[in-house]
Design a protein around this ligand. Structure first.
Ligand code: 3PG
Length: 222
């Protein structure tokens, strides 16, 4: 039973690996309505970014995910800030292609187990990381990255728990992104800097495409 579960989770890890290695930065976005989500997704795709984490931080999140999945097929749309099994189910029903949580509760792990949509669970300590590995998760979010120790923290995890690969998010920008992308255990980073609130609200899609282009051109060192 346990081995079946671990094998299933490993397939999820493989799918996450494919999604997260397709570009160096996954934008973390919060939008006011579906049309804004679609326009934002198109602007990011135009800049070379092919996956996005649409967070459940606004009432329009689910309808925006639904619209992006339907109208911007070039974009792999995940759902983020998933805190409860209900949100997990709602995001899955909306068509989210991956699910991101800032942490991992027993309830969220149960929801993931009965779903085909891969979960990227959050972790911030060695014990949490070991617990996730034991559950079969080899790909984790590291959150909130800068606040809990940043790239130096993740660097010291690499030789100790080498099976794990991370998508760090929280406090990352063009100023410090290379510190993370150079680490052997970092697949990509997440960040909201590709979709600044003022530019999204103003519909300044060209500016967002330019930010996406700059981020898509970042190279990792491994
Ligand atoms: C997340 O949900 O992953 C973070 O809130 C993103 O953090 P940032 O706004 O500092 O990029």
């Amino acid at each position: 039973m346990l081995s079946e579960r671990v094998i299933a989770m490993s397939q999820d890890s493989k799918r996450l690996l494919a999604i997260l290695t397709a570009q160096p930065v996954v934008p973390v976005v919060a939008v006011a309505n579906a049309a804004e989500g679609v326009a934002l997704a198109r602007a990011l795709v135009a800049g070379g970014i092919g996956s996005i984490e649409g967070t459940m931080r606004t009432p329009a999140a689910l309808e925006a995910i639904r619209a992006i999945v339907a109208e911007v097929p070039e974009m792999v749309c995940g759902a983020g800030t998933i805190l409860t099994p209900k949100q997990f189910e709602q995001a899955e029903a909306a068509g989210a292609e991956f699910i991101v949580s800032p942490g991992a509760t027993v309830e969220i792990l149960d929801a993931a187990r009965s779903s085909d949509v891969p979960l990227l669970p959050g972790s911030a300590t060695p014990s949490e990381m070991m617990a996730m590995l034991q559950e079969g998760y080899e790909v984790l979010k590291f959150f909130p990255a800068e606040q809990v120790g940043g790239a130096a923290f993740l660097k010291s995890i690499a030789p100790v728990i080498p099976q794990l690969k991370f998508c760090p998010t929280g406090g990352i920008s063009m100023k410090n992104v290379q510190d993370y992308l150079g680490l052997p255990n970092v697949l990509c980073v997440g960040g909201s800097w590709l979709a600044p609130k003022d530019k999204v609200a103003a519909g300044d899609w060209d500016a967002i495409t330019a930010l996406a282009h700059e981020a898509a051109g970042l190279k990792d060192a491994h």
